[in-house]
Design a protein around this ligand. Structure first.
Ligand SMILES: Nc1ncnc2c1ncn2[C@@H]1O[C@H](COP(=O)(O)OP(=O)(O)OP(=O)(O)O)[C@@H](O)[C@H]1O
Ligand SMILES: [Mg+2]
Length: 456
C-alpha cells in the first residue's frame, strides 16, 4: 500500500483528502504544520507527499527542499491557492512532481496522484540502479584487508582527489585491474562522467585506431559518416585502456601524441579536438620487458608509468583469501538463493594453500561452480576442482619439510618473514596459535610481526 503524507493547515481539506484516499487504498498520514511534517518524514518513508505551500513558520518551499534531501525517492505534489503560480513554478524547480490549484475536485486529485505513483515507481528504480552503479564504482567494491590492498585503496583516493590524468595498473590476470580502474573513476570528480573501456588486445589494428580516435566522413571507403572516437566519447570521464601492452606501435605513437597535447584528431580529420579524459591503462605483461624487446615505445612507457599501481597476485596476499571467499559466498547465496555458510575445514585448508594462478577471478569461478552443485551448508572438498585437490596432495606429499638455499643465495630475513606470514595465514590471524606453530612465544611473535610490517 502506498504511503501518502498530507501537509496542510486547512483541516477540512485534510479530512476530505484522507477519507477519499483511504477509500482508494492509500495509507494516509495527516499533519497540519511543518514541524509535525518534519517529524513524520523523519520516521516514515512516504511514497507521495501532498504539500500546501502556504504554511506558517517554515514555508512549504523549505519543507520541499528538506524532503527531497532526506528522501529523494519521495514524490511531492504541491497544493496551491490561485494566484500563487510563481511559487508553484519555484517548487517545480526544487523538484516537486506537479501542482494542483485549490479548489480542486477529488477526481482531479486522484488523476495527479495516479501519475505520481507511476513516477514514484520509476524514480525508485532509477535511484536503485544509480546506487548499484555507485557501489560498483567505489572503494567499497574492493574486498580485502591485506597491507597491499590497504595501500592500493589509499593510493586510489589520492589519485582520484588529485584527478591524475594518466594511471597505469599492473598485475597478473584476474587480480582486479578493472575493478580498481572503476574505483578510481568513481572516487573522483569524474564519477558522473562516462567510464569507457576498450581492450587493446581484442580489437584488430586497423579498427583500433578508428575506435579510439574516430574518423571523418570519407576518410576511407567505409567511412560513410563522421564518427567520434572513444577518447572523445569519454570526455569528462575516464577511458580504460585494457591490455595496453598489446597496443600496436603505430597507435602507440598516436596515443603518446594525445597524452602530450590532450587533443585528438579523427582519422582523415584536419582539426584537433581538445578532450578532458583520464586515461587508466592496464597490463598483465611486464611493460619494461616489452620495451626491451622493442614491442613497446619507451617514451610512451615513461609517459604512462608516472603513477603506477601494482596489484600483487592473490598468492602473495593470502590474508585476503578468506575475506574474498566469504564475500563471494554471500554474493552467490543471494544470487542462487542458497544458504551456504562456508568451506568445510579441509576444503578451507586447500583453498588457503592453493596458488591461484587465475587469482581472484579463479577464486570467484571456483566458488560459483561449487555453490551451484552444493546442497550442504558447507562447501565440501568434492566440490573443488581437480587442480586444487591435486596441488594440495602435492604439497602434503612434500610435507617432510626441507629448505634448500637457491644458488643465488637468499636473505634469511625474507625466509623468516615468509614463515611468519604462513603461520599467520594458517592460524587465520590468531597470534598465539601462529606463535605455537613456530614454537616461539607470543611476544617474540608480535615483535617479528611488527618488524615485518604485519602489525602497525
Ligand atoms: N579485491 C577484490 N574484491 C572483490 N572482487 C574482486 C577483487 N579483485 C577482483 N575481483 C573480482 O574478480 C574478477 C576479476 O577482476 P578484474 O576483471 O578486475 O581483473 P583483471 O585484473 O582486469 O583481469 P584480466 O587481466 O584477466 O582482465 C571480477 O569479477 C572482479 O569483480
Ligand atoms: Mg581486465
Amino acid at each position: 500500500m502506498n504511503k501518502v503524507l498530507i501537509v496542510d493547515d486547512e483541516k477540512l481539506i485534510c479530512d476530505m483528502l484522507k477519507t477519499e484516499l483511504e477509500k482508494n487504498n492509500y495509507d494516509v498520514t495527516v499533519v497540519n504544520n511543518s514541524k509535525d511534517a518534519i517529524k513524520a518524514i523523519e520516521y516514515t518513508q512516504f511514497d507521495i507527499v501532498l504539500l500546501d505551500l502556504m504554511l506558517p513558520k517554515i514555508t512549504g518551499l523549505d519543507l520541499l527542499a528538506l524532503i527531497k534531501e532526506k528522501s529523494p525517492d519521495t514524490v511531492v505534489i504541491i497544493i496551491t491557492a490561485y494566484g500563487s503560480a510563481e511559487s508553484a513554478v519555484k517548487a517545480m524547480k526544487l523538484g516537486a512532481f506537479d501542482y494542483i490549484n485549490k479548489p480542486f475536485s477529488m477526481d482531479e486529485m486522484l488523476v495527479v496522484i495516479k501519475k505520481a505513483e507511476e513516477y514514484s515507481r520509476k524514480l525508485k528504480e532509477i535511484n536503485y540502479y544509480k546506487k548499484e552503479r555507485e557501489k560498483k564504482y567505489s572503494l567499497d567494491a574492493i574486498v580485502g584487508s591485506s597491507k597491499a590492498i590497504k595501500e592500493i585503496k589509499e593510493l586510489i583516493t589520492r589519485v582520484a582527489e588529485a584527478d591524475v590524468k594518466v594511471v597505469l595498473i599492473e598485475g597478473e590476470s584476474g587480480v582486479g585491474k578493472e575493478l580498481i580502474a572503476k574505483a578510481i573513476h568513481g572516487s573522483g570528480k569524474r564519477a558522473e562522467g562516462p567510464f569507457i573501456a576498450i581492450n587493446c588486445a581484442s580489437v584488430p589494428e586497423t579498427l583500433l585506431e578508428s575506435e579510439l580516435f574516430g574518423y571523418e566522413k570519407g576518410a576511407f571507403t567505409d567511412a560513410k559518416s563522421t564518427k567520434q572516437g572513444l577518447i572523445e566519447l569519454a570526455d569528462g570521464g575516464s577511458l580504460f585502456l585494457d591490455e595496453i601492452g598489446d597496443m600496436p606501435m603505430t597507435i602507440q605513437a598516436k596515443m603518446l601524441r594525445f597524452l602530450e597535447e590532450r587533443k585528438v584528431r579523427r582519422v582523415g580529420g584536419l582539426t584537433d579536438i581538445p578532450v578532458d579524459v583520464q586515461i587508466i591503462a592496464a597490463t598483465n605483461k611486464i611493460l619494461k620487458k616489452l620495451v626491451q624487446e622493442g614491442k613497446f615505445r619507451e617514451d610512451l612507457y615513461y609517459r604512462i608509468k608516472v603513477v603506477p599501481i601494482y596489484i600483487p597476485p592473490l598468492r602473495e596476499r593470502r590474508e585476503d583469501i578468506v575475506e574474498l571467499a566469504n564475500y563471494f559466498i554471500k554474493y552467490f547465496n543471494s544470487e542462487f538463493k542458497k544458504n551456504v555458510k562456508g568451506f568445510s575445514p579441509i576444503a578451507m585448508k586447500m583453498i588457503m594453500q592453493y596458488d591461484w594462478p587465475g587469482n581472484i577471478r579463479e577464486l570467484r569461478n571456483v566458488i560459483e561452480r561449487a555453490m551451484i552443485f552444493e546442497d550442504e551448508e558447507m562447501i565440501m572438498v568434492e566440490r573443488l576442482p581437480a587442480e586444487i585437490i591435486a596441488s594440495s596432495n602435492r604439497s602434503m606429499a612434500s610435507g617432510s619439510f626441507e629448505i634448500r638455499i637457491p644458488q643465488e643465495g637468499i636473505d634469511i630475513e625474507e625466509v623468516e618473514k615468509e614463515l611468519i606470514r604462513q603461520a599467520l595465514t594458517i592460524a587465520k590471524g590468531n597470534q598465539s596459535k601462529a606463535a605455537r606453530l613456530l614454537n616461539i612465544g607470543v611476544d617474540a611473535m608480535r615483535y617479528r610481526m611488527k618488524k615485518f610490517g604485519f602489525l602497525k
